[in-house]
Design a protein. Structure first.
Lengths: 359, 331
């Protein structure tokens, strides 16, 4: 089978998943109560709910029609509204706020992924090439503590030991959508939008500051990012490390490694080219689970570090003063879409690298 | 035809006295567990935590209060933020580890917290595993359309990051039904059963084509009997490993959800819970407090360490158990 047929088949499998996902989210909302969904738009009392609900596409006696309307609204970008009294943002469309907070989350998640791979691959290679050595045992305990560590607890420990103290820790700043880099009183650089406070052109500050030639801002962005990224990395490193080690031990016993040794290939090259390349392939298959853990870590870390991303938005939406149901659904959907898309890319990448998978 | 009747002892064949093979298997497992010191340490710590939890349920006055929720009501001075009592012997056994916000005694609160942290997590893992194993095994055995539908359903649950899924389900079920802790428990079960469904499905697929299942089928055993008597027992041991690994993770997620303030609880009615205790110290989700940063380090350190010790122990035990029960890894 060719690669493009594999991609087409993989895309077809995606369709039932997405339909099921939308049904699941809709059922959750329906269980929450149709009239409560309407009350975000209007002040609704029980007796006029039936009159007002159809205006926002909710039909009290017809869940199927409501579901179809909901899906249509999702596709056309009408994800409900958010805000009002008790919420930290003024009233506006859910999708608008999500689009503003999204780049920050991507920046955090990508940095954590890159850092954990940079650490895990060399470390896993070293540990896996010497199973049952002292380094192996230390690595095992390290990865075990990563699994077991409460992310929020670790985050505060890091703030306490390496942060600049609570007084300079940004809690009331709203610059670059809360990256804590500029507050209201400072003037924004020209490459930052004054309305959305997003940097241009990619909306990811780490990249934009370099593109616009502002190394000072790059250093500040990095400074702000480093503790959250370390916190997430510590949690997900454990999983990657464990799989790379297992893969290394597995492929070290293969016949072709023995052949390579027998014909006198240097040990360094055996580890790098014969063992590691084959050990990294199966690791890719567990990336889906790791990304799931990573995104969960992102939610916690964004709360701990007051980092204005989707996770922060999602948790603010369930505060006791104002429960923003449309934002909860929208945030959940965004996280789900990130996970689904990453899994798709990973599967295709895997098929591209390992031709056996296509048969 | 003459009957052949030979006593094996006469031929010099030594007959071993076999007691029940399952008991033998258990004995050898225990022997291996005893050899694996790290797993043994994990088991002892986990057992100790469970002992405290049982004590919390069975005899609440041992913590010094008749009702655990009263830890909060009685020790709180309304409207006055007090300086937390520092840890030490001088203030009596209840304040051995000091006091936290409103001078809630930290030691009884932490020990009492296991009632929720460990009790609910055990319930969640038990129900999740039961549902997951049943669904996974049945769909693998029946195959065809049932199996396909089951796989697509688990796909849906795997397509949402589990923490986000738990947050969303808790928030909506909770606000809709107003059922106190029920929303959280339902949410965690919804998050957890697909893991067991996937695991037991893959195991059941390889078991159902084995000879003894085929033989049972040929002998006229019913589908129900085949699934529950022949297939499920072979799925249980890896599932048990997964459960022992998961209990630490669920406790962690449970504490995280409480830390994030998923359930809108006022300080007055908050159940003793480790995530809430850490929250008192750092002040998220409406509990305005920065005790940790003001230098009252014990309010932060002790609940976190108490949680960390359990999760590390559960992981050690689960890891060791996997090494023991998986013959491929056994040397």
């Amino acid at each position: 089978m060719e690669l493009r047929y594999f991609i087409i088949r993989r895309l077809l499998v995606l369709i039932p998943t997405l339909i099921g996902l939308s049904i699941f989210l809709f059922l959750l909302m329906w269980a929450y109560g149709p009239c409560n969904l309407v009350s975000v738009y209007y002040t609704v009392r029980q007796h006029n709910c039936a009159v007002i609900a159809p205006q926002v596409g909710i039909y009290l006696n017809d869940p199927v029609l409501t579901y179809l309307t909901y899906v249509e609204h999702l596709i056309t970008g009408n994800w409900g509204i958010v805000g009002g009294s008790g919420f930290f943002l003024p009233q506006g469309p859910v999708l608008y706020y999500i689009s503003i907070f999204f780049p920050n989350t991507i920046q955090l998640a990508l940095s954590a992924t890159v850092l954990s791979l940079l650490i895990a691959i060399p470390l896993g290679t070293y540990i896996g090439s010497k199973p049952n050595s002292a380094a192996d045992h230390i690595g095992r305990i390290f990865s075990l503590s990563g699994y077991a560590m409460p992310t929020f607890w670790l985050g505060y420990l890091l703030i306490f030991f390496f942060g600049k103290g609570v007084s300079s820790f940004p809690t009331n700043v709203f610059g670059f959508v809360g990256n804590g880099l500029v507050n209201y009183h400072q003037s924004l650089p020209g490459w930052v939008s004054t309305t959305t406070l997003l940097s241009n052109p990619t909306h990811i500050l780490l990249i934009d500051s370099l593109l616009n030639g502002d190394p000072a801002m790059f250093v500040r962005a990095l400074d702000y990012l480093i503790l959250p990224v370390i916190t997430i990395t510590y949690g997900i490193l454990a999983g990657i490390l464990r799989f790379i080690r297992a893969g290394m031990v597995d492929s070290a016993n293969q016949e072709y490694v023995k052949t390579a040794r027998a014909k006198g290939v240097p040990e360094k090259i055996i580890i790098k080219k014969h063992i590691r390349r084959n050990a990294l392939l199966p690791t890719i298959t567990v990336v889906g689970l790791l990304i799931s853990g990573l995104l969960g870590g992102v939610v916690v870390v964004e709360i701990v570090f007051t980092y204005y991303g989707i996770g922060y938005l999602l948790i603010q939406a369930i505060n006791p003063r104002s429960f923003e149901v449309w934002l909860v659904m929208g945030g959940t959907l965004v996280f789900a879409l990130i996970l689904v898309m990453t899994n798709l890319i990973v599967d295709v990448l895997y098929a591209y690298m390992d031709p056996r998978i296509r048969y | 035809m003459a009957e052949i009747n030979v006593n094996p002892a006469e031929l010099g064949i030594k007959q071993e006295k076999r007691i029940n093979p399952r008991i033998e298997e258990l004995k050898s497992t225990l022997r291996l567990l005893y050899k694996n010191k790290l797993a043994l340490v994990g088991l002892v710590i986990v057992a100790f935590y469970y002992f405290i939890m049982v004590l919390d349920f069975a005899y609440p006055p041992w913590l010094g209060v008749s009702n655990l929720n009263h830890i909060y009501v009685f020790t709180r001075t309304f409207g006055i933020v007090q300086t937390p009592i520092s840890p030490g012997f001088s203030n009596g056994i209840a304040y051995l580890l000091g006091g936290t916000q409103y001078n809630i005694a930290l030691l009884p609160a932490m020990l009492g917290a296991l009632r929720f942290d460990l009790g609910v997590s055990t319930l969640v893992v038990a129900i999740g595993a039961t549902v997951g194993i049943t669904v996974g095994t049945v769909s693998a055995y029946l195959g065809g359309a049932v199996d396909e539908v089951m796989m697509r359903v688990t796909d849906i649950f795997f397509s949402i990051p589990f923490l986000v899924l738990a947050v969303a389900v808790t928030a909506l079920v909770e606000k809709g039904a107003g059922g106190g802790m029920n929303g959280l428990i339902i949410a965690l079960i919804i998050v957890w059963w697909p893991i067991y469904a996937r695991l037991s499905r893959s195991l059941a697929l390889s078991t159902k084509s084995l000879n003894f299942v085929e033989a049972a089928k040929a002998a006229g055993s019913s589908k129900t009997r085949n699934i529950f008597v022949h297939v499920i027992p072979n799925v249980l041991s890896p599932a048990f490993v997964q459960m022992s690994l998961d209990i630490g993770t669920v406790v962690l997620i449970f504490a995280t959800l409480f830390f994030l303030g998923i359930i809108p609880i006022s300080a007055l009615s908050a159940p003793p819970e480790l995530g809430v205790l850490i929250n008192y110290s750092v002040g998220q989700a409406g509990y305005a407090s920065n005790l940790f940063f003001l230098g009252f380090w014990w309010t932060f350190l002790f609940p976190g360490l108490f949680l960390l010790v359990f999760t590390v122990a559960a992981n050690l035990f689960g890891d060791g158990l996997r090494d023991i029960l998986d013959p491929k890894l056994r040397r």
